[in-house]
Design a protein around this ligand. Structure first.
Ligand code: NAP
Length: 268
């Protein structure tokens, strides 16, 4: 596994596993929890040590249970979770209470990365929320802090008013929505980009091109697209409910795309 050093010197595995439907009935985002931890168990057995979670997913306890069950030392894992700001910010006391619940569900006394999940309209409140994250960072409860779905204006707000820079900005980046401009802005501020839904947008035409490229290396279309992302220093968090496909998504460190192939992918 390749790691990336974040702007506060901590290391993050460049491939992690998404989790937003894990442990849920019918593998559906809105499904009730089944009570087992199958996908997490497979992912850990496959070698995943980086997991992307969020309060919004309503399944942090599935990850917590799976990590505990594995008996692998906590410090071997890199765990991300996110403050649920889909409906905005409920105030400082609300944030403290939500963070406490996350730590309980994840069965841990710290997380490796804690993000603000979405920006909202009230800029003063965004800074207030960031200050809450900074407090936990200062106390070592969060080993790194960052944001998700932040645009340039939101990043500028934090850069101007925060004490610490975000370590990452987790944003959509996939075929049809590469978000190159925002990735460049992140990079210019030494903020790492994490691509969510990295396997989205692969239509039949794209699949054919990616398979053609993959045949040159003995790799699948999914492996080619994930390789493309990490070759441009983007961290990926693909998710699969299938043990073999999970393994596939980790097996992307033994080939290099040619510049010609990279260009073909960029133009998809
Ligand atoms: N910050 C945010 O706002 C935000 C938003 C969306 C997502 N996320 C995070 O990003 C993670 C990943 O995004 P995602 O779950 O939306 O989608 P994704 O990882 O881009 O794609 C998942 C889909 O790809 C399939 N797949 C996985 N590996 C494959 C392979 N090797 N070959 C062929 N198909 C494969 C899966 O099917 P199978 O299960 O059948 O393999 C599933 O249908 C989420 O789980 C979540 O943690 C964050």
């Amino acid at each position: 596994m390749k790691h990336m050093t974040l702007n506060n010197t901590i290391e993050i595995p460049i491939v992690g596993s998404g989790t937003n439907t894990f442990g849920k009935e019918g593998n559906q985002y809105t499904g009730a929890l089944r009570g087992d931890t199958q996908e997490i168990d497979w992912a850990i057995a496959n070698g995943y040590r980086h997991f992307d979670s969020a309060q919004l997913y309503n399944n942090e306890e599935v990850l917590g249970k799976g990590l505990k069950k594995s008996s692998i030392p906590r410090e071997d894992f890199f765990i991300t979770t996110k403050l649920n700001t889909r409906e905005g910010f409920g105030g400082t006391d609300w944030a403290h209470a939500e963070i406490k619940k996350s730590l309980e569900k994840l069965q841990t006394d710290y997380v490796d990365q804690f993000l603000i999940h979405f920006p909202w309209d009230n800029h003063d409140e965004i800074v207030e929320a960031w200050n809450v994250l900074e407090d936990y960072y200062n106390r070592g409860v969060f080993k790194s802090i960052g944001v998700s779905n932040f645009e340039k204006e939101h990043l500028e707000l934090i850069l101007e008013h925060g004490h610490f820079k975000p370590a990452v900005n987790q944003i959509p980046s996939y075929i049809g929505k590469w978000n190159e401009d925002l990735i460049a802005i992140n990079k210019s501020q030494d903020i790492a980009t994490v691509a969510w839904s990295p396997l989205r947008g692969i239509d039949e035409n794209a699949k054919q091109v990616l398979e053609e490229i993959g045949n040159q290396y003995g790799k699948t279309y999914a492996q080619v697209i994930l390789r493309y992302q990490i070759e441009r220093d983007v961290i990926v968090i693909p998710k699969s409910h299938n043990k073999e496909r999970q393994a596939q998504n980790l097996d992307i460190f033994d080939f290099n795309l040619t510049s010609n192939n990279r260009e073909r992918i960029a133009n998809l």
